[in-house]
Design a protein. Structure first.
Length: 355
C-alpha cells in the first residue's frame, strides 16, 4: 500500500511491502520504517522442560518462531505472563481431522502429540489493550526421522481471556513427558506496532534473494544460509506438473503431508521434492513458506498455497496446506528451485531469512 512520509520539507510517497518496510518511490531516502523486529529470544544451553521468554515490550502483534529439538518424548504447552489460572481456551486440528475444543485450561497444548520428533511452529498473537489475546498458528512435527516417515500437521486457534494486562512473557512447557527439550531448542519472538520506527537494518527478515523470470522451465534462487527462512513465490506455467526442491536435491529425500481444499490429508514419503506434481491447473499460483534450517536437523517446512483457478469471482480458488520435510541433516539450505515440465510465462520468488 502507499503512504506518505514527510521528509525535509516535502512529502515523499513510499511503497510499503509485506514486511512493513518503506521504500522510496520517485527519489528520496526514507530514514525510518516499521517492520517485524526481534523483541525476545531464549535458546536452551542445556536440555530442559521450559523455554521462557521474558521482559517483552508491549507490541500490538507478535510473531513467534519456535523450534523444539526433542530428546525423548516431548510436548508443547503455552502459558502467558506466568498465568496458571483457568484462563485459556483453544481449538485445534491434527492432520486435517475434525477439530477439537478445550476450555477453561491452565495452559494451551500446542502439539500434535507427545513423541520424540522435532517440532517447528509459527504463531501470531494479537496483543490489543482491553481485549482478549487471540492467537493462531501451524506446526510441523517431523514425527520419526527420515524421508520414509511423513510429518504430522497441526493447526491451532487459541485465546488468553485476560483483558487488563499486555503480554510480557511467553513460556513453552514440556509437561508430563519422559523426554526433554534438547540443547539448541529455542523460541524467538518478533514484535510489530504501528508506532514503531527504526532503520532497515533492524528488521528481522533480511532479503536474501529475488528472482523474476518470464520464460524457461526452472527458477533458481541462491542465497546465504540462515536458520529461519521465509519464501514466497508466484508463477504461471503451461504445465500442471511442477516441483519445489532445495539445494538441487531431487533424490528421494523428502516427505510431506497435505490437504487440498480442506479435504482429507494425503501423505507421501521418499519424494524427490518438497512437493511433486504441484498445481491443479496452468493458472496463477501463489505460495507462502516458512522453514527451519538447522544444519544438524531435518529441515521442516510449513506452507500454504493458493491456486487462482478460473479468473473472476465466479470461481473459488484452490487451496493447499502443507507440512513437508527435507531429511538432510548435514547441510543448510542455500538454494530453492521451482521446476516445471512446461514453460513459465511468469515466475517470481522472494527469500528472506535470519539466524
Amino acid at each position: 500500500m502507499f503512504q506518505k512520509i514527510a521528509r525535509a520539507g516535502q512529502t515523499t510517497q513510499v511503497l510499503s511491502n509485506i514486511l512493513g518496510q518503506a521504500v522510496a518511490v520517485g527519489g528520496g531516502t526514507v530514514a525510518t520504517v516499521g517492520g517485524w523486529v526481534e523483541v525476545g529470544r531464549t535458546t536452551l544451553g542445556s536440555a530442559g522442560d521450559s523455554i521462557d521468554v521474558t521482559s517483552l515490550p508491549d507490541k500490538q502483534y507478535y510473531m513467534i518462531l519456535r523450534f523444539i529439538i526433542s530428546s525423548g518424548n516431548t510436548v508443547v504447552y503455552n502459558k502467558l505472563n506466568d498465568d496458571g489460572g483457568t484462563n485459556y481456551a483453544s481449538r485445534a486440528s491434527e492432520n486435517g481431522g475434525t477439530d477439537g475444543t478445550s476450555t477453561e485450561d491452565t495452559s494451551v497444548i500446542y502439539d500434535t502429540g507427545g513423541d520424540a520428533g522435532d517440532k517447528f511452529d509459527i504463531t501470531y498473537i494479537s496483543n490489543i489493550a482491553g481485549k482478549e489475546k487471540l492467537a493462531l498458528g501451524q506446526q510441523n512435527n517431523e514425527d520419526a526421522s527420515g524421508a520414509g516417515n511423513a510429518p504430522v500437521r497441526g493447526e491451532f486457534a487459541w485465546k488468553w481471556s485476560n483483558t487488563s494486562d499486555p503480554i510480557d512473557q511467553i513460556e513453552t512447557l514440556n509437561t508430563g513427558q519422559s523426554g526433554n527439550y534438547d540443547t539448541g531448542s529455542e523460541v524467538v519472538v518478533l514484535g510489530w506496532d504501528p508506532d514503531d520506527t527504526h532503520t532497515l537494518d533492524d528488521n528481522f527478515w533480511e532479503e536474501l534473494a529475488s528472482q523474476d523470470i518470464e520464460t524457461g522451465s526452472q527458477m533458481t534462487a541462491n542465497f546465504t544460509a540462515k536458520k529461519y527462512l521465509w519464501i514466497q513465490f508466484y508463477f504461471i506455467t503451461s504445465s500442471t506438473s511442477n516441483e519445489l526442491f532445495f539445494n538441487n536435491d531431487q533424490q528421494d529425500n523428502y516427505a510431506r503431508r497435505y490437504s487440498n481444499n480442506f479435504g482429507t490429508d494425503v501423505t507421501t514419503i521418499d519424494d524427490p521434492a518438497i512437493t511433486t506434481n504441484f498445481g491443479f491447473d496452468t493458472l496463477p499460483h501463489f505460495g507462502n513458506m516458512f522453514v527451519v534450517n538447522n544444519t544438524n536437523q531435518e529441515k521442516l517446512v510449513i506452507a500454504n498455497f493458493n491456486m487462482q483457478n478460473t479468473a473472476t469471482a465466479g470461481t473459488a480458488p484452490q487451496d493447499t496446506q502443507l507440512a513437508s520435510k527435507w531429511a538432510n541433516t548435514s547441510a543448510q539450505i542455500t538454494r530453492f528451485d521451482i521446476k516445471s515440465t512446461g514453460t513459465f510465462s511468469k515466475c517470481i520468488c522472494k527469500v528472506w531469512g535470519h539466524d
